[in-house]
Ligand binder design. Structure first.
Ligand SMILES: [Zn+2]
Length: 393
């Protein structure tokens, strides 16, 4: 007659070393490797801080990755101490590990003793489905997706650039999108501002954008600012955001944004479009040049787009907006080489993408100084813009 399961377990336990949770806790700082052998759902509800996760069903195939050194002191734990005893025997008898113990009472006893527990935040089943193509990328994965969901990005404008950027950042699962725009949807916008539609002509752009975004992805929270960004409100709106997406169409506000973002040390992903050409750069305060390092003085008024309506190829803001969205996602994930200190130049007619290096100006009136030294009065200091534009006509 073969022995019962309980009898086999008793025999196994008599042949391996078991260790009490109190001892495991004391040993945690001296190089002992703690491995949780429970199933992913159990791990997801909480685990011992610092433990590695190798489910018992994948022990043979995954243990080497977690514990390449077979002479290392390893403690295994499960929920109650039985599965970890089995796993310890496998490591010792079959896989050549030398110093393996099983924690008595498992995670249940650990928790009952009131010891510290780490609860990982996990994606819901729906989120795992929605972001499945991200989860398949090692550069994103569940951890990266969580970073995206936690990120707060401020879009300045829900126009040509803000439309594609906002749409794709929402689709990607950027959890909070702030939108600053005081305009309403006009029929002439719809040639390129794809976040709006024909039924929303006359509707505030922030409301129209919110409707499209929440229909696309309910994970995204939209903060609406139906105002014109100015010196009176910029220091109230920007703080709390991780990244600002600049789709502004006028230079005075660009300078103001630059000065505030340097002061608050928030990176700005900036793009500009005119005709068939676009420009793009990432201004990360103190890591690279700021907007004033690149353009110490504004361009001549006749070249300043906000002085009047300018023609633009409808797809161009799409191209540049998606390059912006890509830079935003890279910054959130900490992957790739961001466009810091580089200005990308896109020519749609020539189908060329070039870049020029841009450097920090040691004499820059803003970023050569400590952020605390920049005062309210200095922010956005710029020639009188109305007069400036009037001179162009
Ligand atoms: Zn600068």
């Amino acid at each position: 007659m073969s022995p019962s399961g309980a009898e086999v377990l008793r025999q196994i336990k008599s042949r391996i070393d078991e260790v009490d949770p109190a001892t495991v806790r004391e040993q945690s700082s001296n190089g002992t490797l703690l491995i949780d052998v429970r199933e992913p759902e159990e791990w997801g509800t909480g685990h011992i801080p610092g433990a590695k996760h190798v489910p018992k069903s994948y022990l043979e195939s995954r243990i080497e990755g977690a514990a390449p050194d077979r002479s290392q002191h390893i403690v295994l734990y499960c929920q109650s101490g039985n599965r970890s005893a089995w796993a310890a025997r496998t490591l010792l008898d079959d896989l050549g590990y030398e110093h393996v113990e099983s924690m008595t009472g498992g995670f249940t006893l650990w928790k009952d003793r009131g010891y510290e527990v780490e609860t990982p935040r996990t994606l819901t089943a729906e989120q795992r489905d929605r972001y499945s193509r991200h989860l398949l990328l090692p550069e994103v994965g569940a951890e990266g997706q969580q970073k995206l969901l936690d990120a707060k990005v401020l879009l300045l404008g829900a126009g040509g650039l803000g439309s594609p950027t906002g749409l794709y950042l929402a689709a990607a699962g950027v959890g909070t999108l702030g939108i600053v725009d005081d305009d309403t949807v006009d029929l002439s916008n719809l040639q390129r501002q794809v976040i709006h539609n024909s039924n929303r002509v006359g509707v505030p752009k922030v409301d129209s954008a919110e409707e499209t975004i929440t229909a696309l992805n309910p994970d995204v929270k939209v903060n609406k600012y139906p105002v014109r960004l100015g010196p009176d409100n910029i220091m109230d709106i920007l703080p709390g955001y991780d990244i600002v997406v600049d789709g502004l169409d006028n230079f005075p506000t660009r300078y103001l944004l630059n000065d505030a973002s340097v002061r608050l040390q928030i990176p700005v992903v900036s793009a500009a479009i005119l005709g068939f050409e676009g420009q793009l750069s990432v201004f990360k305060p103190y890591d690279g040049p700021c907007y004033r390092c690149l353009f110490p003085t504004p361009p001549p008024a006749e070249l300043a787009p906000s002085c009047g309506a300018n023609g633009v190829l409808g797809v161009l803001p799409g191209t540049m907006g998606l390059l912006q969205a890509t830079e935003v996602i890279k910054l959130i994930l900490g992957e790739g080489d961001p466009l810091i200190g580089r200005l990308a130049l896109y020519d749609a007619l020539g189908a060329t993408l070039n870049e020029v290096k841009i450097r920090r100006d040691p004499e820059c009136p803003i970023c050569s100084r400590h952020p605390e030294a920049i005062s309210d009065d200095e922010m956005g200091v710029f020639p009188d813009y109305e007069a400036f534009c009037a001179g162009a006509h």
